[in-house]
Ligand binder design. Structure first.
Ligand SMILES: *Cc1c(COP(=O)(O)O)cnc(C)c1O
Length: 366
């Protein structure tokens, strides 16, 4: 049986009629950028995130950039970031002129290890970006306490964990200003590029809106040198529709994860995801770890099972970051994860038969 790594078929079929209608409205309205649909979605996503404000952006990388810049993080500042995150988190820091300083993850949750944060703080440290990797919320109490003690800003990178929570508080509501991505494959995905920032601080909200729109708060009057990082009306209307389904789709992800957890427990040297008792996990990705990762991936491919590696090269070993001067061995946990992690199919609509095929193929490898 062929099992794709990701398919939108189930979700798309649920939203097709409504989305086509929304497209027609958008088309006929003749207003394409920063209009009513964006404002509507921003209100809905702020409510979902339990924050006062949300500003839609062009994508997740830009949302991170806007978050950092609206806090005034810039040239020469240091920003703490997990060593095993997607490269975007590092790039956003570099793009404001700051320096990404990697902190190793917890060995079990794969999220930034609160115990390793303080040793990386210097006089230049301005902010921490916890990333809720793969869909599990970070240990936010510990992180917020460290930030408060050292007067650091917190920016959540919530690209992978829409709707996850820590002690009942939802992701995207902890930091000063938080960034998310609605890249199509994320749990809440647009039909193209999109992102957002969320905050409870009106000053940061106004600043974020300026940065995304040429530094302008009033048309043709520019207060700062901004960018064009806007969310468009069409994507906003699709996102409003998909947001209504997110809870239901998350439940489906959780059911699949539970099934995998049960069926893969004790199979070979497979390590299934660990969830911190204070956190919830929304399984953007279901990542297993094994010392035989490459061979297992090849075996699964031969059996028609799609897999991906998140991520094969940690940021500090990317060519783009050669200037940081970090050699192999500098961040051993991130490096080990890069060599042992494998993401198996996980998406709403993955059938029981498909899940069985994935499990069977993994078992047949061992
Ligand atoms: C996807 C992702 C981003 C970037 O989002 P884009 O919309 O692709 O720019 C940032 N951080 C993390 C952790 C991501 O997974």
């Amino acid at each position: 049986m062929q099992v794709p790594f990701l398919s939108f078929s189930y979700m798309n079929q649920q939203i097709k009629a409504e989305s086509l209608k929304a497209f027609e409205t958008f088309f006929d309205n003749q207003w394409y950028i920063l209009g009513k649909k964006v404002e509507e979605f921003e209100k809905e996503y702020a409510a979902f995130s339990d924050t006062k404000y949300c500003a839609g952006t062009s994508n997740g990388l830009d949302a991170l950039y806007i978050a950092l810049r609206s806090l005034g993080v810039g040239n020469g500042d240091e920003v703490l970031v997990p060593s095993n995150t997607y490269i975007a988190t590092h790039i956003a820091i570099s793009n404001v002129g700051a320096i990404p300083v990697a902190v190793e993850p917890d060995y079990r949750t794969y999220n930034i290890d609160p115990k390793k944060i303080e040793e990386k703080i210097t006089k230049k440290t301005k902010a921490i970006i916890p990333v809720h990797l793969y869909g599990q919320c970070c240990q936010m109490d510990e992180i917020m306490a460290i930030a408060q003690k050292h007067k650091l800003y917190v920016i959540e990178d919530n690209a992978q964990a829409h709707g996850a929570s820590y002690k009942g508080k939802i992701t995207g509501s902890f930091g000063n200003i938080n960034a998310t991505s609605f890249y199509p494959g994320k749990n809440l995905g647009a039909l193209g590029d999109a992102g957002a920032v969320t905050t409870n601080e009106s000053g940061l909200f106004e600043m974020a809106k300026m940065i995304r729109n040429y530094g302008s708060s009033k048309k043709y009057y520019n207060d700062i040198v901004g960018y064009n990082m806007r969310l468009d009306e069409c994507q906003a209307s699709f996102l409003s529709i998909k947001l209504k389904y997110l809870k239901e789709w998350t439940k489906l992800r959780l059911t699949i994860a539970k099934n995998y957890d049960e069926k893969l427990a004790g199979v070979g040297d497979v390590i299934t995801p660990y969830v911190n008792p204070d956190s919830t996990h929304v399984y953007h990705l279901y990542v297993i770890r094994t010392k035989k990762r490459d061979a297992l991936q090849e075996h699964l491919a031969k059996n028609g099972i799609g897999t991906l590696i998140h991520y094969p090269v940690p940021p500090h070993l990317q060519k783009a970051y050669a200037s940081l001067g970090l050699k192999k061995g500098a961040l051993p946990i991130a490096e080990e994860f890069a060599e042992t992690s494998l993401s198996i199919p996980m998406f709403p609509g993955l059938s029981d038969e498909e899940q069985d095929s994935v499990v069977k193929a993994i078992k047949s490898f061992y």
